[in-house]
Write a protein that binds this ligand. Structure first.
Ligand SMILES: Nc1ncnc2c1ncn2[C@@H]1O[C@H](COP(=O)(O)OP(=O)(O)OP(=O)(O)O)[C@@H](O)[C@H]1O
Length: 271
């Protein structure tokens, strides 16, 4: 299937070509291509088990694919030297579905973990920078002193985002950030993603099942199906795609609800 859009000549931050991932004989991706452009919020959708999380992990070097090329900021992720890898890790942040926080550390200490990679950063400055990130994601100051178990699910997700933002990355990878949140909490998280994208020029790679989030935040969508990125495009373009899963997902009853009565901060149609 062709890719019906290209948002002008934009800088490609991440370029994936011919990606193949597999676990034993189970092939998850085969011949997957994807570009992520600077400054965009890209929503990655697909049925359960189509490999959205595996793609995120492959791009960020957490899983090693069987074949293909992944380029981030012009650097080959696969086969990057430890020094290159360190530089890449400073240019992206990853927020996992459950926040993946260390339960024995306070929120501030969790956010300080990536900051420990910066040589010569005094403990006082590290702490101050962590507090800044905690407030950047809309958590109250006292949340920095709380342990993850003392926070609500929504606050834990924000804490996970604060840690992902610790090193001022250019791109954040968010794995189902609104999963498990009530609609008000999910809507607040959508607004936070939009605000951070606009204020910091942050690029966002967003794995989600949440149609409301797609409508509220995403500039572009990539659909995973048939072991690859089947199609990319804007939301209006998705409505024109002639593929059963895409049709069902974007024009089914839940999609109509999301489109019609979307959250209050629904993003205007991109391009
Ligand atoms: N470490 C692993 N070992 C074996 N199989 C794995 C591993 N990680 C993922 N898989 C398999 O790869 C496939 C894709 O998994 P992935 O978690 O990426 O799907 P997903 O699209 O994110 O699904 P969901 O929407 O349900 O979260 C699944 O069949 C999963 O069982």
């Amino acid at each position: 299937m062709t890719t019906p859009e290209h948002p002008g000549a934009r800088e490609t931050l991440i370029r994936v070509r011919g990606l193949r991932t597999q676990f034993g004989s189970h092939v998850v991706h085969d011949g997957l291509d994807l570009d992520v452009y600077r400054g965009e919020i890209l929503g990655v959708v697909g049925g359960s088990g189509t490999g959205k999380s595996v793609l995120l992990r492959a791009i960020t070097g957490l899983d090693t694919p069987a074949a293909g090329r992944i380029e981030a900021f012009g650097t080959e992720v696969l086969g990057a030297s430890p020094e290159e890898r360190e530089r890449l890790d400073q240019r992206w942040g990853v927020m996992f579905q459950d926040g993946a926080l260390f339960s024995s550390l306070t929120v501030r200490e969790n956010v300080e973990v990536p900051l420990r990679r910066i040589p010569d950063l005094t403990p006082e400055l590290r702490r101050a920078l962590a507090d800044l990130k905690v407030s950047l994601v809309g958590l109250p100051y006292r949340a920095g002193e709380a342990y993850p178990s003392e926070l609500s699910g929504g606050m834990r997700k924000r804490a996970g985002l604060a840690r992902a933002l610790a090193l001022d990355p250019e791109i954040v990878f968010l794995d189902e950030p609104t999963a498990g949140l009530d609609p008000i909490g999910a809507s607040a998280f959508d607004s936070l993603i939009n605000t951070l994208s606009e204020a910091l020029g942050l690029t966002v790679f967003l794995v989600t099942h949440d149609l409301d989030t797609l409508y509220a935040t995403c500039d572009r969508i990539a659909v995973l199906a048939e072991k690859r990125v089947l199609v990319t495009g804007t939301l209006p373009q998705m409505l024109e795609v002639d593929h059963p899963w895409v049709q069902e997902y974007f024009t089914g009853p839940r999609a109509r609800l999301a489109r019609g009565a979307g959250r209050s901060d629904t993003k205007p149609e991109a391009e």
